[in-house]
Design a protein around this ligand. Structure first.
Ligand code: FAD
Length: 280
């Protein structure tokens, strides 16, 4: 860790905006968050590579902050030749970190491509580019929605870590014990790399509920009931959400989590309130 880095080991995720206004706003958000000296920024990649050009464009502009910027890269629906080209382009542009994912097949899209799972993508990146890239992969403390059970999912997770990933970032969750349980299971299978909790600020209950259903993240009943009781009162939702997520982060850090990766949804204020509460 450089002496310049934020002491809590924070990092921030962005998505590529699809309008010029969204892009301009992201530059301000980037600058506000860069001032907190994160370890890295990451930029998501649309299902089946649908945002490939925009992801690359945003990676270029975000990395102008001087902060390491890791593009997400998914393999589902792609051929090896396409992935090889993209890796070569990133290398030429000075990118040295990636988040490697299987991704989800967009509905109506044809072939699943040549690589079926993230462990195969990690193997492919290592075979093609050696140790050039630092590779992060995804982890699911509450189990990936398609996995038959958590134990099977942790076995699959361990396979991609052993394929050469440097670290993992988790799906978001609101129950600290889910994270500790997952880490314990992964360690029991010999995974030694850092597993960074992914943190989702709570700002909009309807969107959060929809998204959580889709990705299999559990919103505990006591949080759901409280958020529902606020109706459209966005200030009350934000105040409660900041408090709940700040306490979650405290528990994670106290229990030994090696950093925090924030899903920013391209907004600085909600995550900065949490970071400020943590006092780092
Ligand atoms: P995998 O690790 O391949 O796992 C997928 C499923 O297959 C799991 O159920 C697993 O148990 C099982 N499995 C894994 N390996 C094997 C194997 N060898 N044999 C049999 N079964 C196996 N999506 C995007 O489209 N773009 C993004 O930018 C993006 N960023 C993300 C960032 C993070 C931190 C996280 C947590 C998720 C992100 N996602 C993103 C979502 C992700 O693409 C989906 O959750 C996807 O369904 C799984 O991707 P994966 O890399 O975890 O897949």
């Amino acid at each position: 860790m450089s002496s310049q880095e934020h002491p809590l080991g924070i990092s921030f995720e962005f998505f590529p905006p699809n309008t010029d206004a969204g892009r301009d706003k992201l530059i301000h958000v980037r600058d506000e968050l860069a001032a907190r000296k994160p370890r890295f920024f990451s930029v998501t990649y649309g299902a089946g590579g649908s945002t490939q050009a925009r992801t690359r464009d945003i990676v270029r502009s975000v990395s102008q902050s001087g902060i390491t910027t890791a593009p997400h890269l998914s393999c589902i629906g792609s051929e090896k030749a396409q992935l090889r080209d993209l890796l070569a382009q990133y290398r030429e542009e000075g990118v040295d970190s990636l988040v490697a994912l299987r991704g989800d097949m967009p509905s109506g899209m044809g072939s699943i491509g040549e690589l079926r799972y993230a462990n195969e993508l990690v193997e492919f990146i290592r075979a093609e580019t050696g140790d050039h890239f630092d590779i992060a992969v995804a982890a699911y403390p509450e189990s990936h929605p398609q996995a038959p059970n958590l134990d099977k999912d942790v076995e699959n997770f361990a396979r991609k870590m052993k394929a050469g990933a440097n670290m993992a970032i988790t799906q978001y969750f609101f129950t600290a014990d889910a994270y500790f349980n997952f880490v314990e299971k992964a360690r029991a299978l010999g995974v030694e790399q850092p597993i960074i909790p992914g943190i989702m600020p709570i700002t909009n209950y309807t969107k959060l509920a929809r998204f959580s259903d889709a990705c299999g993240a559990e919103i505990p009943r006591w949080i759901r009931k409280q958020l529902e009781s606020y109706g459209d009162d966005s200030d009350a939702i934000a105040a409660f959400g900041t408090d709940v997520v700040s306490r979650l982060c405290e528990r994670l850090l106290d229990g030994g989590a090696p950093g925090l990766h924030f899903y920013t949804l391209n907004q600085a204020a909600p995550v900065l309130k949490i970071v400020d509460n943590l006092g780092g």
